[in-house]
Design a protein around this ligand. Sequence first.
Ligand code: ADP
Ligand code: MG
Ligand code: MG
Length: 878
Amino acid sequence: TEYVYRFGGGVSEGGQDKNLLGGKGANLDGMAGIGLPVPPGFTISTAMCTRYYEEGERFPDELRPQVTLGLHHIETVTGKKFGNPADPLLVSVRSGARVSMPGMMDTVLNLGLNDATVEGLAAVSNDARFAWDSYRRFVQMYADVVLGLDHGSFEEALDVAKEDRGYTLDTELEADDLRALVAEYKSLVEKLWGKPFPQDVHDQLWGAVGAVFGSWQSERAKVYRRINSIPGDWGTAVNVQAMVFGNMGETSATGVAFTRNPSTGERAYYGEFLINAQGEDVVAGIRTPQYLTKSAREAARAKPASMEEALPETYTELARVFDLLETHYRDMQDIEFTVQQGKLWMLQTRSGKRTAKAALKIAVDMAEEGLITRDEAVARVDPSALDQLLHPTLDPAAIRDVIVTGLPASPGAASGAAVFDSATAENRAALGEPVILIRTETSPEDISGMHAAKGILTARGGMTSHAAVVARGMGRPCVSGAGGLSIDAKARTAKAGGRTINEGDLITIDGSSGEVMAGHVATVQPELAGDFATLMVWADGVRRMRVRANAETPEDARVAREFGAEGIGLCRTEHMFFDAARISAVREMILAENEAGRRVALAKLLPEQRKDFAELFEVMAGLPVTIRLLDPPLHEFLPHEDAEFETVAAAAGVPIETLKRRAAELHEFNPMLGHRGCRLGVTFPEIYEMQARAIFEAALMLDVAPVPEIMIPLVATKRELELMKAVVDKAAEAVFAEAGRRIEYLVGTMIELPRAALRAGEIAEAAQFFSFGTNDLTQTTLGVSRDDAARFLGAYVDQGIYARDPFVSIDVEGVGELVQLAADRGRATRPDIKLGICGEHGGDPSSIAFCEQVGLDYVSASPYRVPIARLAAAQSAL
Ligand code: ADP
Ligand code: MG
Ligand code: MG
């Protein structure tokens, strides 16, 4: 079997296959294929990672000759030999999974140095300092990444070396200092590891390859995979590549860049670089990086020359490469490059992570530039990410008490309690408290804490620091590099400008301006014009399913329409009953001894209900409105606290004993499965009669009458629906006779009990529409109460019993099968039956894709999720 694929020097063997080569390897192969300057190398495929674990973390024999051939390729192209003391080849060993996992895996640079080759490198480069510095970095990295030794001891040794000589910067260390430091490092390795530092370059290589495979199962990689739903059996590839050096003087540099602004989406090269630096110096935030373009430097009023100014020819070359890459990959690219003595080398490219705002702008711009089609633009934007845009930003008029300002690393505003470590962030967030995680800089170990936090604030690091990249990916607001902040993580305080933030203090960060403010700052609703509107129009053009909203108040209905809802899929009438002005009439009805008494109370509710519906119909202006008749058990409307009984009894004009007796009578052991839904209508038909009357009277008040869709909840049998439909029809006839005018209306049912799904064929004889109430259908199918599931559902998801929370994303296999079956049986009886979904799932992209498969007519989601549903419905139709 072929496990090794070569690239560079005119070769690209891997066919850009991400599954095989991992993302990094596939793109190195791709860049080499289009003739870009890529240091030669080879990729050991992900299949080998899987095999390595299958064989008990051993390399199969057939791998060795293939790696030898790979090395030979690098040697041929570079003209250097691995392990040759006269002119040594150095390589990097880099991980790369199918999807990028930033900072999750480990990389070793400068591999191939030992006591002999370091002298050769010094001689060939004519730079002993460079050679010894490279060796020093290599020993330190190898000890950390491959041998797993505590890096603290090495940093300490470095600090001591500088202190002894009175230096402050690493760069002040001279060749002899570094030579001495290497000796010290090597003795540290021997002390901590028990064996001398490996001098055999092949041992070094195999050790590093094993470490990359090993890092696939590291804790932080596992956490990242869990958060991002990446399967554990994909494995990582290993890339072995000739080193190029950004640390060979003033015409050498290393940098990272985006072909467009990843924060705003603006079409401008965007990036940071450092002169005379190697590898991850830029991202690690050790030195403050310089801007790529002159205009960005000027905008930031920064002094150090931009790359455009300092290395103009290389910059021009880089700009040309950016354009080639965008044309080739047809997407915004995130790039790593190194300049060795004026010569540009490309080390990585991938589709860049971006904010939702940038994703929208880039998709729309690229479609307009003709780089991608409109359908592709629609497919490119993650519907869930729209959430970031649909949520509030800081009110420009609000007073901001700014404590410190950093870089606007990931947009959006967030308020919460200040916390200084990830564990506290997780603990407090688990109790429902919003928190802002404050760190000097973040590392991959912080990933769970960052996920738990509402926002992230760091004192160090640029716009491409770990914190910034990860926060943008997660959609968390982030302010990075707030240099004025001095953090004492032990004391759990941060100081800036004479002020102190203690753990638990409420602060607000604005990831769009970089401001950090004391207290909670008011927010405003987002702007929905521009690129958002454009993309939505394109999405609406391809979508088949309609999108409605779950809304009952006129305000919610208005928001829903602004977000593009095409009707109301669920108006829950009980919400109208809780209104303070009406609850007493509701209670009077519940407390009435007989039907006559109930009718007196219901007559008081009728005009109120009519008003509710009239307002709703007006806002919806002729769009369909599905109204669900009363659903919850009646005791929900009675007081729960002893203290309330007295006032309620007085208000209702009944003795407190009567109230208590009635409450006791209505008490249920399992209200979810109790006297609710159409069971109320069967026992107290006058309630549904009043509601139906209110609906028809309201509809008749409008010039253009809507077509009300009256929905009967919790139906299990055809007979129930027939009885309730008769109540509704009778009310309709009465109202129409009084008005001397008829309107059209539909009567249908929720499908939210397994029996209803199974008997959908006959239920459809009485129902003009079905709306899948997947919240209750999930509860009743799984036998899991949503309100009690929190205690065990986490363990269920962790252990793979359910792939995801079935209340968030529909359980396609179980609940989904019932939906499919009910849809099929319903359509067999009544081919034009209207089918929709009104559970929480109606706003969940993967559930929406399922609804498209079943061929539902519409999904209904909460107002803020309507745009997400529109985009998800469009994508599922593509
Ligand atoms: P990550 O996946 O964490 O970004 P990489 O494999 O990209 O890890 O390596 C990190 C950094 O090391 C790169 O950004 C690059 O600057 C440097 N690097 C990797 N390989 C080489 C190489 N062959 N020559 C020079 N620098 C390299
Ligand atoms: Mg890394
Ligand atoms: Mg990288």
